[in-house]
Design a binder for this molecule. Structure first.
Ligand SMILES: [Fe+2]
Length: 300
């Protein structure tokens, strides 16, 4: 179980459930949609951690910034296909990011590449199985299966902005793929923060607009964004996720910052709203409701 240091000024939204308990209650879509952070009890992703650990954590030798970005948040299946050929005794890939994964992350070591590929494929299959158990009724229409295999340090607190204003529901599963803890801070649920700061920050000006604009404002102007790192004073819970631990959270609803982490899987499903336990809980609708509630209060 993760070590959690709870802040008294923030709701205690952590829940711990075993896969058996989740199966018995027919999944957990209802509590996930409430905005809880759910940790899988008594479960560790069965992965060859030594294989993941053998991958280089540095992207410094990738010169092209676009390729570096793709490798930093690579999709797990980039490891799955065999090389397309060999040149000068080294494996070659048709895609430049896949080539960089082989050349830089795996240091052109075929054994390192193949062991990591097997470990990630096993982890991928487990995470898909967990999704099915947790959300048996969800109808996903897109999956972004990403692996973060390089060190992340000292993010600023933020709510996720997917830069898409489509009215979709998101299911997210996270897993720590490292033998060391992954350390996060987590803060206010977004609707609560919006309510509490509505008048102070004139948030009514964002009503009816792309919800990402208000998230950008909160992340950038209030929490400091990438310009004013670690200068906000918002309260937060502190969490150290154990090696192999798996957790679920809607990252647009729960503010979060990675303080330290070496390797993780972050799987994101875009889910049809009409397959939710309660479609009224989808993100865009929730934000619209907060505007209606606050503007109704203002008019009253
Ligand atoms: Fe994030």
């Amino acid at each position: 179980m993760a070590v959690i240091e709870r802040h008294p000024d923030i709701e205690d939204y952590f829940v711990e459930l075993s896969l058996d308990e989740i199966a018995r209650r027919g999944g957990l879509a209802d509590i996930f949609e409430e905005g809880l952070v759910i940790l899988l009890k008594d479960y560790r992703l069965p992965v060859d951690y030594d294989a993941i650990d053998a991958i280089s954590r540095s992207l410094d030798d990738i010169a092209d910034p676009q390729i570096r970005r793709r490798v930093k948040k690579l999709t797990t299946p980039m490891f799955f296909d065999e090389p397309s050929g060999t040149a000068d005794g080294h494996a070659t890939f048709g895609d430049a990011a896949r080539q960089a994964i082989y050349d830089v992350l795996c240091r052109r070591d075929r054994g390192v590449f193949e062991k990591a590929a097997t470990a990630l494929k096993n982890a991928h299959e487990q995470v898909l199985r967990i999704f099915e158990m947790c959300f048996p009724d969800y109808q996903p229409f897109r999956l972004i299966p990403s692996a973060r295999l390089t060190r992340t340090l000292f993010e600023n607190l933020h709510w996720d902005n997917h830069s898409i204003d489509d009215d979709f529901h998101q299911a997210r599963i996270f897993a720590n793929l490292d033998t060391r803890p992954r350390i996060w801070n987590v803060g206010h649920p977004y609707p609560q923060w919006v309510r509490e700061h509505y008048h102070e920050h004139d948030l009514g000006r964002f009503a009816g607009k792309d919800p990402n604009l208000m998230i950008d404002y909160a992340n950038g102007q209030v929490l400091g964004g990438t310009q004013e790192l670690w200068k906000d004073t918002a309260p937060r819970h502190r969490v150290a996720f154990e090696p192999g631990e798996v957790w679920l959270a809607e990252s647009r609803l729960i503010s979060h910052q990675i303080v330290y982490g070496e390797a993780a899987m972050v799987y994101m499903w875009f889910v049809r709203n009409d397959s939710m336990a309660d479609p009224e809980k989808r993100f865009n609708r929730r934000i619209q409701s907060v505007h209606e509630e606050m503007q109704g209060k203002a008019a009253a």
